[in-house]
Design a protein around this ligand. Structure first.
Ligand code: HEM
Length: 364
């Protein structure tokens, strides 16, 4: 292993452990859950109130989903900052992005299962977004929902999808880590082969364990002291197809994409641009072929990454504020900055950027 890995290299191990926790708690939740529109809400209430330690299982699973997504975004932006997507790790990057898409789908399906107001109307918004595809949209929406609106059939399918995807994610993680072992880990300097190496054990086994202890401490504080911190109050009302909530809002980790969706005037256009925001990540290894990997030595690229992170967070705020008034303009600018990093900064800096010589960095 490179001797100079920093704490950002802890998140792969953290993700693996949180995935196990999600699978274990999910399995026990599934034992008590009823996947039907008539009984789903009551079965989740029963888990919270009647099943021994059911509230704890549910709190771990819900908080875990949020922490998993937070760790996933840190892991991804680490890769962008240090150029981990570059040759010879293109396949590793692609398997990571496949995981991102699978995890997002799993999280969406999971959020529908309690069949509260936000579950129902969230599924409705996604159904309508799919319905905006020209030509086949209506058919696709009907096919995916199993009806004209979310209902019993949709819930049943989403339950199976949620259950199945969780294990499929585990399978792809095995592939991800196997591919990692072919190329080996990168390092913050991006200089390969690294100047100094150390064995994984005891150096990184100890460092991963220390990172996990810290992470689990934060996890435990949230679960035991703020068990409903990520819960949306509106989702504690049973789904009511006759009553649209005033604010339909996805979980925080989808907000940046929701912000893009709303900033674009046409429904289909919004869908294309927000799905495109993930699509661009797949192209990163070919948009940026600079031989210098790490943003430490690439001042312009580094600025692009800072812009990308600011744009991502801003888009999250836009999603929260429903892209109205000034938020609409802010959303469009942030979308341009996001796209600009991939379509302008990456190709430009590949050809023209004056990179710094090794040793003069002074940034993370
Ligand atoms: C279920 C989700 C995931 C799990 C469990 C996982 C697991 C891991 C593990 C254990 C490592 C080695 C330790 C480390 O470098 O942190 C790793 C490295 C890596 N992962 Fe992931 N990962 C996941 C998702 C992703 C995603 C979404 C991406 C990016 C699109 C990604 C890209 C990478 C890259 C590029 C590396 C190598 C980085 C380097 O050494 O320079 N992974 N992953």
């Amino acid at each position: 292993m490179p001797a100079n890995l920093n704490w950002l290299w802890n998140f792969g191990a953290i993700l693996t452990v949180v995935l196990m926790v999600m699978l274990a708690t999910g399995l026990f939740l599934a034992i008590h859950y009823t996947p039907s529109a008539a009984d789903a809400f009551a079965s989740v209430e029963a888990i919270d109130r009647q099943v021994p330690s059911g509230w704890l299982l549910r709190s771990i699973h819900m908080t875990g989903a949020s922490l998993f997504m937070a760790a996933l975004y840190i892991h991804l932006f680490r890769g962008l900052y240090y150029g981990s997507y570059k040759q010879p790790r293109e396949l590793l990057w692609i398997t990571g992005l496949v995981l991102l898409c699978m995890v997002m789908l799993t999280a969406f399906a999971g959020y529908v299962l309690p069949w509260g107001q936000m579950s129902y109307w969230g599924a409705d918004v996604v159904g309508k977004a799919v319905g905006a595809v020209p030509g086949i949209g209506g058919w696709l929406e009907h096919f995916l929902q199993g009806g004209d609106a979310p209902g019993d059939v949709s819930l049943h399918r989403l339950f199976i999808l949620h259950f199945f995807m969780a294990f499929a994610v585990l399978g792809v993680v095995v592939v991800h880590v196997a591919v990692l072992h072919v190329a080996g880990s990168g390092n913050p300097k991006g200089i390969e082969p690294p100047a100094a190496t150390v064995p994984f054990h005891p150096y990184y086994s100890a460092k991963d364990a220390a990172g996990l202890v810290l992470f689990i401490t934060v996890f435990a504080v949230l679960v035991f002291f703020f068990p409903a911190i990520v819960a949306e109050p509106e989702n504690y009302r049973p789904a009511n197809p006759m009553h649209t909530p005033a604010d339909i809002e996805p979980e925080w980790y989808f907000l940046p994409f929701y912000g893009i969706l709303q900033s674009v005037p046409s429904k289909f256009g919004g869908l294309v641009v927000s799905v495109g925001a993930i699509g661009l990540l797949f192209l990163a290894p070919w948009l940026d072929t600079s031989p210098v990997r790490s943003a430490r030595y690439r001042p312009v690229y580094r600025l692009g990454i800072v812009g990308l992170v600011v744009a991502f967070v801003t888009l999250g705020l836009v999603g929260r504020h429903h892209a109205e008034g000034i938020w609409m303009i802010v959303g469009r600018i942030a979308t341009l900055v996001y796209y600009g990093h991939f379509l302008l900064v990456m190709p430009w800096s590949t050809r023209r950027e004056r990179t710094l010589p090794a040793g003069v960095e002074g940034t993370p």
